[in-house]
Design a protein around this ligand. Structure first.
Ligand SMILES: [Zn+2]
Length: 173
């Protein structure tokens, strides 16, 4: 599996570094050094509270999140790691909008910073549908280090795919 293709849009100098990480089996060491511990949001409730706090802090105009969950079948390699939805339902004469976020279950055992990158990404989509300039500006407003964290998110998914995700054991610390 050539994982490098998932970093094709990064500058070539950065791609060279990524190549070294992937080829040299240094990915786990990179994560151990940078993020020794995993996040504590394994339960749906904890994940909900985590997302809710971010939304309330930065996107006050977006209504209350209806549901936040970990979902199977969401994967960087097949397209998307997370999903946001606004579904409109007719309730008598009222139209209700449900705001939901589903994150890849690969993120259940992961560093907090990596989870944060995906949560910020999905929340930003409630304001900006496309991956345009305004979208990334909003992401960077919510998380100034967003671009680095998005790279780490991609690297983490490769780590998980390689069967080297060591955050499973550290989650209960
Ligand atoms: Zn997106």
């Amino acid at each position: 599996m050539n994982y490098l293709q998932y970093f094709a849009h990064y500058p070539s100098s950065l791609q060279a570094q990524i190549k070294t990480l992937l080829e040299g089996d240094k990915l786990a060491a990179y994560f151990r050094g940078k993020y020794p511990h995993g996040h504590q949001c394994q339960s749906t409730q904890a994940l909900y509270d985590y997302c809710h706090d971010y939304k309330n802090k930065y996107l006050k105009n977006v209504p209350r999140l209806h549901k936040v969950s970990y979902a199977k079948g969401r994967d960087l390699m097949t397209g998307t790691l997370g999903h946001h939805s606004q579904t409109r339902k007719q309730h008598g004469r009222k139209v209700k909008t449900r705001y939901e976020i589903a994150l890849s279950q690969q993120l259940k055992y992961a560093p907090e910073a990596v989870l944060r990158a995906l949560v910020v990404h999905e929340l930003a989509h409630f304001k900006e549908l496309d991956h345009n300039k305004a979208f990334y500006q909003l992401c960077c407003h919510m998380e100034p280090d967003y671009h680095q964290l998005e790279l780490d998110l991609r690297l983490f998914i490769v780590l998980d795919r390689l069967g080297a995700n060591f955050y499973h054991s550290g989650a209960q610390q």
